[in-house]
Ligand binder design. Structure first.
Ligand SMILES: C[S@@+](CC[C@H](N)C(=O)[O-])C[C@H]1O[C@@H](n2cnc3c(N)ncnc32)[C@H](O)[C@@H]1O
Length: 193
């Protein structure tokens, strides 16, 4: 009898969890303009490692404190290790999804050099950022690239995981694979033309 009750409770719990999960993804999908904006998928594998390594190389060369932005920072898996390693620099993460936003906010609660905002990164300005990281999507390639090219300073660098950005000048393209899937990391600068 007890076993039966436990099984029923477990089934209810799993069913409820699945409903909440499905609802969350449905709302996220609607909010993302039916897939126009990227969903919450964590950076992982070699691509994540390369983004962090490239960001570290850039930040190590900066003598004075600089501003770093992560557009769609998710759970903060890029910003947080960088902020720990470079306490002299300022790190700003934008994510409009409540779940990753709360995770990133919680994970960075003891890091005074990290600020996480629940905002649309397309509505922010990046003129005072020296390093920008993003892991967005193909449909944003043209508009985000053009926006950044108009706003960033000539010495700012952009590290884009997986997705190419238009308008900007490509400085470097690094090929890798994540979970055996070929992946690229792109490094961009302002296009002088
Ligand atoms: C591919 S994930 C990035 C994950 C992150 N690098 C990590 O490792 O956790 C993209 C994130 O961008 C967020 N996002 C998508 N469009 C956005 C927008 N316009 N403004 C703010 N956040 C956005 C999504 O909610 C999602 O968490």
């Amino acid at each position: 009898m007890l076993i039966n009750n436990i099984i029923v409770l477990l089934a209810l719990f799993i069913g409820l969890g699945a409903c909440v999960f499905t609802l969350y993804f449905f709302i996220t999908y609607l909010r993302s303009g039916f897939g126009k904006y990227p969903p919450f998928v964590c950076s992982l594998g070699k691509a994540k490692k390369i983004v962090i390594q490239e960001a570290e190389k850039i930040l190590q060369e900066k003598k004075d404190p600089v501003n770093v932005a992560d557009l769609g920072c998710g759970s903060g898996s890029l910003l947080i290790p960088l902020a720990k390693k470079f306490p002299q620099h300022h790190f700003i993460g934008y994510d409009w999804d409540i779940v990753p936003y709360l995770i990133a906010k919680f994970r960075s609660r003891k890091l005074p050099n990290v600020h996480i905002y629940r905002r649309n990164f397309m509505k922010e300005s990046y003129g005072d950022m020296q390093l920008i990281m993003c892991y967005t999507g193909e449909s944003l390639s043209a508009i985000l690239g053009e926006k950044l090219n108009q706003e960033i300073s000539k010495d700012a660098l952009i590290v884009s995981e997986t997705f190419e950005l238009g308008s900007l000048r490509l400085k470097e393209k690094i090929q890798t694979d994540t979970l055996k899937i070929p992946t690229k990391v792109f490094i961009y600068q302002k296009n002088a033309d």
